[in-house]
Structure formats: C-alpha cells, structure tokens
Design a binder for this molecule. Structure first.
Ligand SMILES: [Zn+2]
Length: 77
C-alpha cells in the first residue's frame, strides 16, 4: 500500500535526478537517492535546500534580465 514517492532532486554522488520520499512523510524522515541510496538529509532540510535553490535561480534570471536590458551604458570602473 505504501508506494514510494519520488521527486526531482539531483544526487551529488551518482547524478540521478530523482530522490525517494519516505513512505511516512515527516520532517524528520530521511530523503534518499533512488539510484544509489545516498541519504540526502532530513525532509525539512531537503525542502529548505530546494527552496533556496529555486530562489537563487529566479534571482539569477532576474539579474540576467536586468543585465540584458538596454539601460544606458554599463560602465563599471
Ligand atoms: Zn545517487
């Protein structure tokens, strides 16, 4: 009855893009790689990492847009 739930999370060890959520989802549960079984950490920590990553990516995208905008000359010393 308890099917493993997978979600997108890059593994630092084997490069697999999927991780398994524990059957019993709790903040203290440990998220593991589907392929090599590497422990990514506690669910709440992994969620925090993903949120930080998403924020950084959107921040970088925003900066790129600003950089590419033709707002005068871009002189930096
Ligand atoms: Zn792995």
């Amino acid at each position: 009855m308890t099917k493993p739930i997978t979600f997108a999370y890059p593994c630092a060890k084997c490069g697999a893009g999927q991780a398994i959520l524990p059957a019993k989802i709790e903040a203290m549960s440990v998220v593991q790689c589907v392929q090599c079984g590497r422990k990514h950490g506690r669910l709440d920590e992994v969620q925090k990492q993903l949120a930080t990553k998403a924020r950084e990516e959107s921040f970088q995208k925003m900066r790129q847009i600003y950089r590419n905008r033709p707002t005068g000359k871009n002189r930096s010393s």
